[in-house]
Write a new protein. Sequence first.
Length: 146
Amino acid sequence: MSKTKKASQTADRAGDLYSAARENPYVQRLIEDDELRDNLRDAFESAKGAYGRATGNGKGTVKAVTSDKKVQKDLRKAAENLQEASERLRAPKKHKSRLGKLILLALVGAAIALVVSEDARKTVLDALFGAEEEFEYTSTSSINGS
């Protein structure tokens, strides 16, 4: 087989693998989700630190894992980060609703307008409860008691 034929087969296979990876939903989540990548990176670093400490101390790995508090802390942190990454992978991606944000912004704006503007308050109260009837009060009694 010639070198050019092998190279083209390898390139085709690499292209197929790339396409398959890009279509994989887990790979997509890994590409798009910053927190997922951070969780995986932190888990790897914690596990790497625990492994280095457990194997490099001269005691023995079993003794290091069972008695060394720092190794246990690193392993616990790695497990927590892996658990968070697993939950992020399994959870459906939340789509941020622009309509919801727009409605919330409109409600906040309306509340501020009602607080600030007396005319707006009167208009809303008139629309909800009907217009107020204006009346004048005149006293039938006099100040001197007569």
